[in-house]
Design a protein around this ligand. Sequence first.
Ligand code: SAH
Ligand code: SF4
Length: 355
Amino acid sequence: MDKKYFMDYLPEDLLEIGIKPKFRIKQLYNWIYKKYETNPDNMQNIPKELRKRLKEEFIINPLELVNHEIASDGTEKFLFKLNDNHTVETVLIKMKDERIDNGKRKEAKWTVCVSTQVGCKVGCSFCLTAKGGFIRNLRTAEIVAQVWFMKKFKNFNEAKALNVVYMGMGEPLDNYHNMVKAIKIISIEDGLSISSRRQTLSTSGIAPKIKKLGQENIGINLAISLHAVDDELREELIPMNKAYNIKSVIDAIKEFPIDRRKKVMFEYLVIKNKNDDLAAAKKLVKLLNGIPSKVNLIYFNPYPGSPYQRPDKETMEKFQKYLLDKGITCTIRESKGMDISAACGQLREKELKNG
Ligand code: SAH
Ligand code: SF4
C-alpha cells in the first residue's frame, strides 16, 4: 500500500479518512506541528490503535536533509532529498539580526524561501532552475514540511514571527492545487500558525491563475516577477509572456483582493544594458498607476555561462531614486547568500554537477 503523507491533510481531510474526533486531530497537530514529534510511539495522549495506524499508513516527515550551508551574511541554504530521490532546496534568510530596540531585546527575524516544484516549466532565460527543465510538482506535504523543518531545526518558539515566501525553485501557480492547500495548512493556528498574511506567493505571471487565487480569498500576499516593461523584452526573459502578456498580468492583478494596508510586490530583475535605463523606470511608473505597489529591484546574479550581466550599483540607485521620487516604495535586493549561491536553484545545480 502506498503511504499517505500526514502533511497533505487539512483537519477536515483527516476527519474524512476516519481520524476523529476533532480534539484528537488537534492533539496530533500539536505533536507534529508544535512539538515537531515524528515518532507516533512518543505521542503519549494518542490511543495505541491510532498510533499504530499512523506508523503503518503515514509518512510524517517527507524530507531528508542532505546538505546545509551558511553564508557570511547569515543566509542558510538547505538541500533536501525527497522520497523518490529528487532534490529541492530551501533558503532561510536572516532579515534582521538580534537587536536592542527601545531598551527591549528583540529576536532576529527570519524569512523562509520555499520551493514548490522540482525544476520549472516556465523556462526563464536568466534562471538557473529553468536549465534543468521540469521534473515534477511538489506535493502539499513537501511544501509544508520545508516550513516545518525550519521551525524545528532552528527551534523557533511558537510566537516566533517567521515569514514565508514562495520564491524558491518552481512556479507556484503551475502547482495550483497543492499550493493553495499548503498555504492553508501552514496558516492553521493549531499547527504551524503562520497566517496567510505572513506568506507571499511569487509568480512569473500566469494571469488566469492569479485571478483564480484572488477568488480563493485566503489573504495571501502577491509578488509578481515583472522584470520588463515591454512585451518584447519580457518575452525574451519569460517565454510565457507570449501567452500572458504584460497587460493581461496587470489586469489580473487589478482584480486581486489586496488588504487595505498591503501592497502588491513587483520584482524587477535588473540586467545590465537590458532593462536598467530611466526610460524603463518611467514606463514602470505608468504601468503601476492605480495599483498599491512596492517595487523590489533585484541585482541579476550571474552564474557560469549566464547570458546577462550584473548592473552596477550606481545604475541601480538611479533607477530606485526615480521610482522613489514618483512616490513608489522601492527597495534594492542584494542577492542574499551570494557566497553559497543561494539564488534560485544554484545549490542543486552544484550538487548535480559534483555527484
Ligand atoms: N517562479 C516564481 C517563483 C520564484 S523564482 C517566479 O518566477 O516568480 C525565484 C526567484 O529567483 C525570482 O524572484 C527570480 O527573479 C529570482 N532569480 C532567478 N534567477 C536569478 C538570477 N540569476 N539572479 C537573481 N535572481 C534570480
Ligand atoms: Fe521558473 Fe521562476 Fe525560474 Fe522563471 S524565474 S524559470 S518561473 S523558477
